[in-house]
Design a protein around this ligand. Sequence first.
Ligand code: CU
Length: 695
Amino acid sequence: MNNQPRPLLSRTNRLRIAQLLVLTLLVVLVTPAKSWASANLLSNPGLETLSGSGFPVCWEQSGWGDSTYTMAVSHTAHTGANAMKITVTSISNGDRKAMMLENPSCAPNVTPGHQYDLSVWYTTSSANTVMTAFRHTAQGWVYWTDLATLPTKTAYTQKTVRTPQVPADTDQIAWGVTIYGVGTLQTDDYSMVDVTQPAAGTSCSAGAACTKGAWQVLPFNSPVRGIHTVVLKNGDVLLVAGSGNDPAAFAAGTFTSAVYHPGTGTFTNVPTPADLFCSGHVQLPDGRILIMGGNKAYPAADGSHGYEGLKDSYVFDPATSSYSKVNDLSSGAWYPSATAMGNGDVISLGGLGEDSSGTVATQYFNNAQQRWLGINEANQTWSFWGLYPSMVLMQDGRLFYTGSHVFGNGLPGTGASIYNYATSAITPVAGLQNKDQRDQSMSVLLPPAQDQRVLTLGGGNIDSNPDANRLTDLIDLKQANPTYKAGPLLPTGTLTGGVAETQTQGKMYVSAVLLPDGKVFETGGGLHNRADPVYEASMFNPATNTFTAGMATDPVPRTYHSSAFLLPDGRVMSVGDNPGNGTFDMRISVYSPPYLFKGARPQILTVASNQWAYGSTNQITVDGTILKASLIRPEAVTHSSDPNQRYVDLPMTVTGNTIGLNLTSNPNLAPPGWYMLYVVGTNGVPSVAQWVHVG
Ligand SMILES: [Cu+2]
């Protein structure tokens, strides 16, 4: 038999199916490796769970070419109630396949170099029956191999075949049984087991990745300098460069952005109307992205002026991948913050104005009116908040200035405060350690948002340029008069050449990413101003206030103008590095946390509605027992700053596999917008996200 034409055409067909999945399920298609030795890695392997269409969850009717056939659930099963049955009555070319779905949730993750035993129970009356495998790479799904021809059998027979070693660039496979002649095929009770020898003393066969996770540097670069990164409500990622910190591009009027499509590993370039380098950005309640300020001018060669802030503001619409202008800010803003409020409005603070001096206006975007209020319409304190001041929305509607900022010393006083927009009151907050060396530290509202605790990590000072520090600070904003308390030191890492950091060396430009298991992944950073990348990553557990040191480190340096953020499939993507010599690292890295190596992912089978009201209970169905559920707001991050990043716990009402998820009634805990809904199974593995709209 000649396999080549069939799989090649078939691949095209299957990619089309995959693209439809992106549109309909709003999931991305890339997922990493994992496995338990001897655990069945397949979802719904016995075909017993049926979807709304009556077909087994995680399985599909596929194939190509000209044939007359039927494909349906059969109740002549090997075990249980259901099997899949394909009857081909005539065929001139092509095939029909009983295949698992090629999506991140259903196609099993694999580890390069490993081998797997694939097994299926079947009957077939056609000699033209084979087991076929496809594999997923950074560029999408490709045909891998036909594994075995299945002899005709009238009674259920098990066929097991061991795969070749998985190729290096592969993170998932999908496989099934293909019939390309006249006859009837029934299949049931699939299994897939990693047969690679597990490391001594562990039952996880993915080696170091079992505890440290694993990084992959993608085989293609970003087409733009990804200084600003925003995860969009459709699972794509907006990368904004503007002039990209390149004065020549600014002089030429060359401003760029691109949308990255994780499902296909492709990019769409986006016409960019202004120099959005150094802008602020935040998701609006409808899922569009509000972008404010940016770069009006680089410093003059004659020293007559410094960086100047734009007053421009734009809205980026994921539906059209385009920017549209809204009214100007009341003051220019280069490095402004942007915080979403519980009523859907946005407050932007800090930055440099059109004349290079500090912007002291409180800039207020009224969502209902879709415009920035005039300077006298907004409540003003005339305070300078610095550059990219990290302003976290508290459950009572006030803003916590965490002390994380960019460029030089912290603010005078304690370096942290609580700002009440309604009354213009600013209350100092004590306890932040070494507040003048928290330049390009990062602050996160810890999971869950209901606990109202903030963690601030690391930092340095580009002016005095000391070694960046290992400090962390924790605060409980539920307290009446909250103060920071010293947290555990950041773990130390290594510098270029593998040189170990000393006990006093830490990092600035650090990234911290909330994960769907409720932990915080901390990665990237450097020891000095735009120099000396630090290779260190750790996992912070908010339940114990401890770091687990020694997570796998990004092979790419990630200092100034780098970002890391959560993808809807549960992985972390990392971009950017702009060292002092003015170059920019265009490589993209993706991190698979340890949870992706621990077995099958739980499935969110149905979401009754993706429109969630505050205080409502929202029904979902799942494929098994789950431990917890959460909403995570998609990141919009730059310069170690995303004050809107948050993980909202969803208390559950469990009735078998139907679960009611109870959304908080307080919009300040979950400002309106699109969120990623995750569930976590009893094995600690999160699902792929489903998108839901809050408010
Ligand atoms: Cu910058």
